[in-house]
Design a protein around this ligand. Sequence first.
Ligand SMILES: [Zn+2]
Length: 400
Amino acid sequence: MELYYEDPYLKSFTSKVNSVSYSNSHALIVLEKTAFFPGGGGQSHDTGIIVGKKGSAKVVETRMEKNIVVHLCSLNGVIEQGEGVQCRIDWDRRYELMRAHTAQHMFFQCLSRFFKDLYVVKDNIDVGRHALFIRSPEQIDFARLAEAEKLANQVIKEGRRVIVRWMKKEEAAKGDFRIKLDRIKGNEVRVVEIEGFDKSACSGVHVLSTNEIGLLAVTRITKEGNEHTLEFEFGDKARDFLLDMKKIGMSASSILQTYPELLERTADKLKQENLTLSEQLKELNEALLSKLEPTQKGGIKIYSKIFSGMDAKKLMDKAGELIKEENVLVILGNKGEKGFLLIAKNQKMNVDLNSIAEKAFRVMEGKGGGKEYFMSGAGKAEKLEEAVGLVINEIGDLHD
Ligand SMILES: [Zn+2]
């Protein structure tokens, strides 16, 4: 008997043991009736404890096997077939899953009111992670998402009843609600309705009223193609998340010397400015690179310059071109998050570039590699000047 459907709030119950079998280190217990939910509709299973006269069994997983609820347990002592047992489900876990599941149904409906042609791929209702996987032909933008969240919190506040009904499969097939008919075994369909708001075929365990959810907030959205994963929190965790976001918003606006309500506009403006500046820097860099002039040291032409915001590939191409000329040494650097340095020479030159480069990369606290006439690597950006200076000195020492 499925007590979890009869009374979803039943935390403890007595039952009779129908059978006990063993699989690896676990005992598999079947009870005459149970409130342990075996999982379903994306909702994770229950855990808890079964206590007998001569032992107890910690229920680590509950699953449905051939229409029978099996409790996978770690046994302490003995539980015997036929004996009466006291059972208790882990209520904190179950109640989180129930609230999350109702929240998920309700929130999908809210989203459907703002985004066209949404489709639930699956949902994942587990402890600590509540996620909704949806397919949407449209981009899930933050403005409409916020509207959907507002509606969800309104529906929570209204305390709408959650009603569960069983209906015949052929009747359900005619209904205008979410149902994946191919997944339904048997002739009966369990339908969960959030009164006057949402209806869906579902085998999960739900709360009785939407106000038990407390508060709902989407905490993360990830996207792959047109499939979106929306993770959400509710109750105290949603409140903590929102307070954290508020702190981040206020702190970021203080850094950018603006008001929180202008943060998006400021961020957008900065992004545009940054793009323009990057373009200008790129042009400037290219002009500088094309006008690179050498200095002479002991009969060697040295091309040396440190750039910032320059593409390393461009520096390498340029160096490759310059070293075609005899007696040429090239030392080019770029300052970014890290410092990039390349040292190259004409292949005929009798200079041990390897040992010089090694010293330079050591100065930068980084490492490099390459061919004996063309070495490059990365290290600390603030040590670039020192490293370039060292290379020039070493070359000087060789030829003075
Ligand atoms: Zn469901």
